[in-house]
Design a protein. Structure first.
Length: 332
């Protein structure tokens, strides 16, 4: 018999009941992230009709062309959290400096990639949003940037919204990973993927292979190895790459395999951002039983030096990621 649907709010309230010391603010914070997801999903559904495709003409701190939807998604996070009293600082891929929010006693720091996969905006392909939540010990008494620059192990929650064929909210508060699907007719997220476990090995690789000739030889050899015909080891792997990190990692979280945005010979730091992309996805994937590495060290242990710092990201099934590390480190 089908179980009565569990809404996001009910799930959060039940989880909170196990922590009598909790004030409920954190639960509201997660619900508000869900709200941002609903608002953006609403915009995306009719984006091609409402003249919100294309670029703003600006360039962001990452040196990237800003899409109108990047701006809209960032503004939505700001609007939802500005007067919420929940977060004392909001840091975003799209904002050079963290935005301080004047609220006495707001405990949380929120870091976001407000719209992930923005090259997909104009072609009706999947998009996402990524979030990382940390607890502030200092409030606003200290320069905010210093407190934000802590390792990924300090995250207390992380997750993403995937705007695909349906909208999903996937998150962890350090006790497993749970997925909720937005039921548009009632505007509620319903539990659809409880306690997600990533397979220990997969058959899919996800990487922008156009960059092959820029990679160090260990990375090239690893990719070559995935194409070898060998039934016993499940090779060749299938290649799947959407250009949206959230969507590509989501596929691997559910079905197993490996996602790579590796370091390049002339750009050893890779492309993706440690604080907004690498750390939150690493927490999710580790909580589901997988691994996330730079090639030489665990992502969550990387000591951040700057808010917009980039990091090579190799993430997915534990066995696949360990194998990639062996090649990158010259051990295979
Ligand atoms: P964002 O849209 O937030 O800037 O992120 C883009 C990222 C990520 O979504 C994707 O995996 C990757 O960049 C795609 O990069 P390439 O076009 O170089 O493959
Ligand atoms: Mn970007
Ligand atoms: Mn991104
Ligand atoms: Mn982005």
């Amino acid at each position: 018999m089908a179980k009565f649907p569990i809404t996001l709010s009910r799930f959060i309230i039940e989880q909170q009941a196990a922590h009598p010391e909790a004030t409920g603010e954190f639960s509201v914070l997660l619900t508000q992230i869900g709200l941002v997801g609903k608002m953006i999903a609403h915009d995306l559904r009719r984006a091609g009709l409402n003249k919100i495709l294309g670029t703003t003409g600006e360039t962001n701190i990452q040196g990237e062309v800003v899409k109108k939807l990047d701006q809209i998604a960032n503004d939505t996070f700001v609007r939802v959290f500005e007067h919420s009293g929940l977060v004392c600082v909001l840091a975003s891929e799209e904002m050079e400096k963290p935005l301080k929010m004047v609220h006495e006693g707001a405990k949380y720091m929120l870091l976001v990639d407000p719209l992930d996969g923005s090259s997909n905006t104009d072609v009706n392909m999947p998009l996402g949003a990524i979030f990382s939540i940390r607890r502030s010990k200092l409030g606003q008494r200290q320069p905010v940037e210093d407190e934000l620059l802590q390792r990924g192990t300090e995250q207390i929650a992380a997750g993403y919204v995937l705007y695909g064929a349906s909208t999903m909210l996937v998150f962890t508060v350090g006790q497993g990973v749970h997925g909720f699907t937005l039921e548009p007719s009632i505007g509620e997220y319903l539990l659809s993927n409880e306690n997600i476990r990533i397979p220990s090995k997969g058959k899919v690789y996800s990487v922008n292979e156009g960059n092959y000739h820029r990679w160090p030889s260990g990375t090239q050899k690893y990719l070559d190895s995935l194409k070898v015909q060998d039934k016993a080891t499940g090779r060749p792997y299938s290649g799947r790459y959407s250009g949206c990190l959230v969507a590509d990692v989501h596929r691997i979280l559910l079905g197993g395999g490996i996602y790579l945005y590796p370091g390049e010979n002339d750009k050893p730091e890779g492309k993706l951002r440690l604080m907004y992309e690498g750390n939150p996805l690493a927490m999710v994937v580790e909580q589901a039983g997988g691994k996330a590495t730079t090639g030489t060290m665990r992502i969550l242990d990387v000591e951040p030096k700057a808010l917009h710092q980039r990091v090579p990201l190799i993430i997915g099934s534990a066995e696949d990621v360990s194998q990639a590390e062996a090649y990158i480190q010259g051990r295979a």
